[in-house]
Every structure is written in C-alpha cells, then in structure tokens.
Design a protein around this ligand. Structure first.
Ligand SMILES: Cc1cc2nc3c(=O)[nH]c(=O)nc-3n(C[C@H](O)[C@H](O)[C@H](O)COP(=O)(O)OP(=O)(O)OC[C@H]3O[C@@H](n4cnc5c(N)ncnc54)[C@H](O)[C@@H]3O)c2cc1C
Length: 411
C-alpha cells in the first residue's frame, strides 16, 4: 500500500478524537506535533472528547493502592494547544462528518469534523450467565474502586469461608495479575491470620497456557508461592449470593467473584461501517483509516491492525495503543496539512506479567521467549507501569520530541 500524500488546503479544519486513554492522548499529542511541524498552528483545531481530562491507568487497576491511577492531563493538553470537551461521544455520522456528544452537564451537542479518531478503548466482556450482575472487576476506574471498597468492607462482615474467599474468573494476563495480588489484599483487609483463600478459574486446560509453554512453570510457581488455587479446564457456570458454581459441578463459597475473562471493543466501534473482528474491533488499513468510513481513523483497542508483515496483529494493550495513537493522530493531521502519511508498524512485541510477591515474568516476541523472571522481571514491570505508560510532563518541546509516529517505548 502506498502513502496517500493528499494535500488539502482546508483552513480552520477540525480533528475530533473520542477518548483520552493511551491511544486518544497520544493521538492528540501526535496530531498537534504534525500541525506544528507543518507550521499550521491556528489552522487545525484538535479536540478530545472524554468524560474528564484524565487517563485511566487501566493496567494497574487490580493493585491495592489506587492513588495516582487517573492522572490529570489538562496542563499537558494546554501545553500543546489541544482542547478538551467533557462528554461522551454517542454516535458518529461518517457521511455528514459529525459526532453527537452527550455533554458533561447532560445536554447534547453535534460537532462537525474533518477527521475523526475513534479511541474509546475496550470494555470487560461479561457473558450472559446467571448472577453475572453480582461480580466485581478491575477493568475501569470506577469498578476498581468498587472492588476496593468491597474488599475493605469484608472486615465488617462476620467470618465465614465465603467472606474469606476470592474467586478470579479468567486466567489470562489480567486474571493472573489480579489473582496473585488478591492474597495480599485479603490479608490487609482481614488481618494476617485470617484463613484466606484465592481461586483462579480458567477454561484452558492449563492456567497460563496462553503465555506459552516456557512461561507455564514460572506461572505455576508464582501461583503456588502466593497460595492461589487453580481450577483449569472449567468455566464459571453461575454466580449466586455467597457462592460460585463451576461447570465441573464444584461450588465454592465466596462473597467476591472478580471477573477477568477478556475484553471487547467499545460498542461505538460496531457503528463504524466496515469489517470487524470477533473482538468487535474495526479492521483498519496500514494508516489506521477505517476503510469504509472516509475521514475516520480507528486506534487503540478499537482497531485490528497488522503490526508487521509476518501475520501478527496488535493485541488490546497499552504497548500497542500508545503507538497506534501516535500513528492515527499523525495521519489525521498529515492529511489536513499536507505531510506524508506514516504506516503503522510495530514488529517488537514484549509482555511483562506481574505475578505478585514472586515477581514478574518478562517475555519477548510473539512466541513469548522468557527473558526475565522474579525480581528482575518485577523491576521492569515497575518501570513500565510506574513511568512509561504515564502521561509526560506538560513540556511542549519535550512532548513533541516523543510524539512522532515511529517512537516506540519498549525495554
Ligand atoms: C486490569 C487490567 C490490566 C491490564 N494490564 C495490561 C498490561 O499489563 N499491559 C498492557 O499493555 N495492557 C494492559 N491492559 C490493557 C490496557 O489497559 C488497554 O489495552 C488500554 O487501556 C487500551 O488503551 P485505549 O486508549 O485504546 O483505551 P482505554 O485506555 O480504555 O481508553 C478509552 C478512553 O475512551 C474514553 N471513552 C469511553 N467511552 C467514550 C465515549 N463514548 N466518548 C468519549 N470517550 C469515551 C474513556 O473514558 C477513556 O478515556 C490491562 C487492562 C486491564 C483492565
């Protein structure tokens, strides 16, 4: 596919970005950089619409300490001349090039755009099983706080096996991170001598199998060290007050089921015309256009895009969202100010899985070769989760230095 270097001489053109997560933020910074690079400040208005000018640090929402998980980006957006509008994009009309927004004060407004960037992220997938409304999760800022309040309130309840037990449904990356953190959180809430129990449940025949064969023994060791019990090859069939029922017929008494079994693209992605993958993501082209919706870019967890020419695609992750955001933001602006478009490419792939007191597991490549474990892995995880994924300081020149579309943060 060749770069489409269309030159448009639109004055006062508008880029509208839905979402201020990892992809939306970096799309805005990258768009502002491209406009500046072309010497067209004042000609192109970049606006982010999201509930508040904050980034939810979703990768850390399973942790015990939830302070600083919602950094304010107002000063950063001001520093690069990006506007923030508090609200939720409700619908997008890619023919009329308008988006309808439910504003913070409960009103409605319709905004016109020249380029629209969909960066509304993903949501936890909850299957339609009995009692699903009783589960907790660590998916979004509000639900993570609800889980935290519930865990702390357990101390007020009388001691029962159900009170002392947490069941984590889903043994993927987020489920493993959540499960290995739970014993510490339960002990903090219930005291060091409480007879606590954490159980992780997954449909795969081996817990952690998705991380690759080389990783499995490390994951098993970490779960053992944390005292987490495994139930592999089964699914949660039903949740009821005080218990969970597994497909094996086992009933586990618990007041706390934490759902962690996969993510789906935000429902707005389904309204963008074109092909969608089974996760609800729009299949984007090499420049992150939504091919069937002229003027619309898709990025972060709402897009499926090739990361290389070897048949690999982005996964729902910050690692990919931050690069996808940069590329979508650059290209949206580039089309308006006459710069070359930049194809998305991110051939290096790593994973860093936090496994509680045992440490973390750091792998490289799509085959997930284990490179660092335990404390060494944990040091990398702290750097990723405590520094790299956080918004940068509001210094325009420094931000533009790292907002170019080929900038990639990997260890
Ligand atoms: C518990 C947990 C652990 C994780 N661990 C890791 C990890 O270790 N490594 C990793 O790389 N990834 C991890 N992830 C995944 C990662 O958090 C996501 O892939 C990433 O947040 C996607 O970024 P995004 O910008 O596409 O979407 P999001 O971060 O979800 O941001 C979406 C934005 O859109 C806004 N929004 C939503 N609806 C609307 C609307 N209608 N209109 C306007 N704005 C809207 C939201 O408020 C938010 O600002 C984890 C996720 C969870 C939940």
């Amino acid at each position: 596919m060749s770069g489409d270097h269309r030159r448009e001489t639109i004055m006062s053109s508008k880029i509208l970005i839905a979402g201020s997560g990892f992809a939306g933020l970096w799309a805005a910074l990258s768009a502002a950089r491209a406009v500046s690079l072309a010497g067209r400040e004042g000609d192109v208005e970049v606006t982010i619409v999201s509930p508040t000018p904050n980034v939810a640090i979703r990768p850390r929402l399973y942790e015990a300490d939830l302070t600083d998980m919602h950094p304010d980006i107002s000063a950063l957006l001001d520093a690069v001349g990006v506007r923030h509008l508090a609200g939720l994009v409700d619908s997008v009309d890619s023919v009329a090039r308008t988006a309808t927004v439910r504003t913070h004060d409960g009103g409605w407004t319709t905004l016109g755009y020249d380029r629209f960037i969909l960066a509304v992220g993903s949501r936890l997938f909850r299957p339609d099983i009995p009692g699903i409304g009783l589960v907790f999760d660590a998916d979004q800022h509000d639900s993570a706080h609800a889980l935290d309040r519930h865990l702390k309130a357990l101390a007020e309840a009388s001691e029962t096996p159900a009170r002392n037990t947490v069941v984590v449904a889903g043994g993927g990356l987020t489920g493993l991170e959540t499960a290995t953190e739970m014993p510490g959180r339960l002990r903090a809430a219930l005291g060091p001598d409480a007879a606590i129990r954490t159980v992780i449940v997954d449909t795969a025949p081996t817990i952690g199998a998705a991380m690759g064969a080389e990783a499995v023994p490390h994951i098993r060791e970490a779960l053992g060290q944390a005292g987490v019990e495994s139930r592999a090859g089964v699914r949660v069939a039903a949740v009821e007050p005080g218990a969970v029922l597994l497909s094996s017929g086992e009933r586990i008494e618990t007041d706390t089921v934490v759902w962690s079994a996969g993510m789906r693209a935000h429902p707005l992605a389904a309204t963008i015309p074109g092909e969608h993958d089974p996760l609800g993501r729009v299949v984007g082209d090499a420049f992150l256009h939504a091919p069937a919706a002229p003027g619309v870019f898709v990025t972060g967890d709402t897009v499926k895009a090739a990361t290389d020419d070897q048949g690999n695609f982005n996964v729902m992750s910050c690692q990919h969202a931050m690069s996808l955001g940069r590329v979508a933001g650059h290209n949206a602006a580039a089309e308006l100010v006459g710069l070359p478009l930049h194809p998305y490419s991110q051939p290096k792939y790593v994973t860093c899985l936090d496994l509680g007191p045992w440490g973390a597991l750091y792998t490289e490549g799509w085959e997930r070769a284990v490179r660092f474990v335990g404390d060494e892995g944990k040091a990398i995880k702290r750097e990723i989760n405590g520094v790299w994924i956080y918004p940068p300081a509001p210094d325009r020149d420094a931000v533009f230095g790292i907002a170019n579309p080929d900038y990639v943060i990997v260890p």
